[in-house]
Design a protein around this ligand. Structure first.
Ligand code: HEM
Length: 261
């Protein structure tokens, strides 16, 4: 993305946000629910391979049943819960909507996102690969391995997150004869690491709280009870790309160390 496009994105986000507010006022439709207490999904609720989408649905920031979730639901839900800038949600959702099975190009069911190679990819931190037959369910054993790679630190720095991601990729590659990651899959995998570091850490500097990460991955719950608060400043695309760049640099450093060892 060019720097000019990056600079124009926040303006686009404001227009998008305004348009969504107008549509919601005119149609009387408000995203999800006002009650944001956490409830686990019922057996008929639909969930995705993304721990954040699932957490927002479990808190009612997105429709709790995970069905017919609209672009407007996502933009509003992400803004209200973790203060993700509208244009950031928009960019990911435009891609995600390619997996939609709802018959409406502006909505998706959360489990539509299980479709491989749209956003879903091999080498996830806590999900098995498509080859295994289940590419979307949280896997405690994979998470245990990921946690071990994180090394028991109370906060997760960017280099530690980069090396845990690399270690999980190596494990997935070894376990899956059909392992594959396109350049686009790899980019998303970096963005996923950058996004959890930013939401649960210190802005652009990483240091995500490990106890919050456990709550997030294991329960698909936002760790409000443990002290997490919605950031005052919106998390922007430029900020996410900056953390992504830092994770990529840290990854190169880890790979370089391994080659010279
Ligand atoms: C700041 C907001 C977000 C955060 C913190 C976040 C976090 C994450 C994380 C940590 C993963 C990796 C899970 C794993 O490897 O086990 C993931 C995966 C995923 N996310 Fe999100 N996410 C966010 C927003 C979104 C949005 C807006 C969408 C789509 C509308 C989305 C769709 C996905 C999908 C489809 C995957 C599965 C990728 C895979 O195969 O591992 N995410 N997300």
């Amino acid at each position: 993305m060019t720097s000019l496009a990056l600079q124009a994105l926040p303006l686009f986000g404001k227009v998008l946000d305004g348009a969504i507010a107008v549509v919601q006022t005119l149609t009387g439709k408000k995203a999800a629910t006002i009650d944001h207490s956490w409830h686990p999904p019922t057996p008929t609720d639909r969930r995705s391979p993304c721990p954040m989408l699932n957490s927002l649905a479990n808190h009612g920031y997105l429709p709790r049943d995970g069905k017919d979730v609209s672009l407007a639901d996502l933009v509003t839900g992400f803004k209200e819960s973790i203060n993700l800038a509208p244009e950031a949600t928009f960019l990911v959702t435009v891609k995600a909507l390619r997996a939609s099975s709802t018959g409406n190009f502006l909505t998706l069911h959360l489990d539509d996102l299980n479709k491989p190679n749209i956003i879903e990819h091999d080498g996830s931190l806590t999900r098995a690969d498509f080859h295994s037959g289940d590419n979307h369910t949280f896997q405690p054993a994979l998470f245990a391995s990921f946690l071990a790679h994180l090394g028991g630190h109370p906060t997760i720095s960017i280099p530690v997150a980069a090396s845990a991601r690399l270690a999980r990729l190596a494990e997935a590659r070894a376990a899956n004869p059909e392992f594959s990651m396109s350049a686009e899959n790899t980019r998303f995998s970096f963005i996923e690491t950058a996004s959890y570091l930013q939401v649960f850490g210190k802005g652009l500097d990483g240091d995500a709280r490990a106890d919050w990460l456990r709550v997030f991955f294991e329960q698909e719950r936002l760790p409000f009870d443990e002290g997490f608060v919605r950031a005052d400043k919106a998390m922007t695309v430029a900020g996410l790309f900056e953390v992504q760049r830092k994770v990529e640099e840290a990854t190169k450093a880890v790979e370089g160390t391994k080659k010279t060892a």
